[in-house]
Design a protein around this ligand. Sequence first.
Ligand code: PEP
Ligand code: MG
Length: 321
Amino acid sequence: ERQKLKRLKSARAVTLDGVPVELQANIELPEDVEQAKENGATGIGLFRSEFLFLNRDELPSEDEQFEAYRQVVRQMKGLPVTIRTLDLGADKHLNGAQRFSTNPALGLRAIRLCLAEPQMFRTQLRAILRASHYGRVRILLPMLSSLSELTQAMHMIEQAKRELADERVKFDPNVQVGGMIEVPAAALMLEAFLRRLHFLSIGTNDLIQYTLAIDRTDDTVAHLYDPLHPAVLYLVARVIRTANRAGVPVAVCGEMAGDVALTRLLLGFGLREFSMHPSNILAVKQQVLRTALSDIAGLTQKMLKVESHEKLLALLERLNA
Ligand code: PEP
Ligand code: MG
């Protein structure tokens, strides 16, 4: 089966009715690019930059970060590289810098931490902007929940650009800025974010956690963590539809994007960009190649109206048959 999939590496991902679908890779470190390319990724949809910061005593310098980002950008040879700004806190902590938080997932995490530590954020933004000169870099802001966070982050990006310009350091002045939609508040007031962002990426891992109030790291409630919960499907479908109508590119980069059992459902919701662990790309591509959008439209819309888990599973089975 793996051999059969390997042959799909350079095949274009298009549905049976000829609609192209973008299948990109999630990476954690520059070394992962190799696996992304081996599996035919058409871009990096999520570079979890915080992994450069883990298991060490000091923060990586601007130059060290720049080298890491540039390495990825160069290897991708003009394909998009979406660098997510630091998503530290919650389950990912710096050595020594552990802050006490009774509820880390709801605490000083991701964009909140970056805005509270402007020097750290500024250093990363400068490094990303410098790397943008070498290819197609996109900046992705994690865990947005209010517009003021976006406004402050945008302001810091503009400031970093001005500094670099003053220093005559090269960067892409048109670098795109996108936001992760992974807090229900952002999904519910999507229109406000849409108008201010170049692209969106739905982080279903956190969106599920925050919508269902299930700690994604807590084994005692793992059985309740359900991507098919009607409230989750409602939010995911709403974000995709609203973004599509506004003409703003939207991807899913949480685990749902790499689950072949959910490929048709997401296609039916209107999703055309998936980003996932590289090892899932070829199987998802195979599923895309086998799917006619015209066949699945009715069933996927029906799934949005179902309230019971059992009925949803039954419909999902029909969808994938
Ligand atoms: C997500 O929340 O779905 C996501 C992609 O980000 P992470 O898993 O790194 O929180
Ligand atoms: Mg997340």
